[in-house]
Design a protein around this ligand. Structure first.
Ligand SMILES: Nc1ncnc2c1ncn2[C@@H]1O[C@H](COP(=O)(O)OP(=O)(O)OP(=O)(O)O)[C@@H](O)[C@H]1O
Length: 222
């Protein structure tokens, strides 16, 4: 599902990723761990074509992301949902409209949009908040809306960058359970985090980056 082959990236001549080779299979739930600045976000951004490696190749869902033209990136992003620490919800749009956003550019009928958004909101447990603005929601609810927006296209991969960074331990546990559910339905899930609670709770394969380099993997069977 995801393959990086000898991927390197520098910013201002400082390595952010160095010779990273890894493979993630369909249906896996993988944690990408490492200290701040280790290169986790850079790696995730490469998987959605937001960053290009200086060297090496990146494959996602059979597509060579490194070779994609700019115009093909939106098609990749329909297959790869993303969730971030800072939510990135549009403040003036309702919960429903925020989740509908990725569908609007695709020429999908209003009826199908309603159905897909309702399903996504229901899957994350915030259907009852559909007409509210994001700022009146709790932080946990806001992150659920972000997850709904990330899964509304039925992605094959879900990437999350520090998704629990703004949440307390209780809410972190809820959000991780949600990722597990999404994974159990067949979506490959990759979560970048430095939170040991997430590692304990997920209890699956851990990929660790240190100064842009992979360290030997821990593997904890499900
Ligand atoms: N656009 C950029 N321009 C310059 N340097 C960058 C850029 N993006 C990342 N870096 C640098 O690359 C290195 C890796 O950053 P990255 O954000 O991938 O780390 P991270 O593991 O995700 O850290 P954090 O957990 O703090 O987000 C850091 O030294 C960072 O300062």
């Amino acid at each position: 599902m995801i393959e990086l082959i000898r991927v390197s990236k520098q910013y201002d001549r400082r390595p952010a990723l160095s010779n990273v080779t890894l493979e993630i299979e369909k249906g896996e739930f993988v944690l990408l761990m490492g200290a701040s600045g280790a290169g986790k976000s850079t790696l995730l951004r490469m998987l959605i074509g937001a960053e290009r490696p200086d060297d090496g190749q990146v494959f996602v869902y059979g597509k060579n992301v490194t070779a994609l033209k700019q115009g093909d990136i939106p098609y990749l992003r329909r297959k790869v949902g993303t969730v971030f620490q800072d939510f990135r919800l549009l403040a003036k749009k309702t919960v429903f409209d925020n989740v509908a956003l990725p569908l609007l550019v695709q020429g999908i009928s209003a009826q199908d949009i309603r159905r897909k958004v309702t399903e996504a909101l229901r899957a994350v447990g915030v259907e009852h908040k559909r007409d509210q603005l994001p700022m009146v929601l709790s932080t946990g609810e806001q992150q659920r809306v972000c997850i709904a927006r990330a899964i509304v296209n039925g992605p094959v991969v879900l990437l999350a960058d520090e998704p629990t960074g703004n949440l307390d331990p209780g809410l972190t546990a809820e959000i991780i359970e949600l990722f597990k559910l999404i994974n159990a339905r067949g979506t490959t899930v990759v979560v970048a985090t430095h939170d040991p609670q997430v590692m304990t709770q997920v209890n699956r394969r851990v990929i660790t980056l240190s100064h842009g380099t992979l360290t030997p993997e821990k593997w904890v069977p499900a």
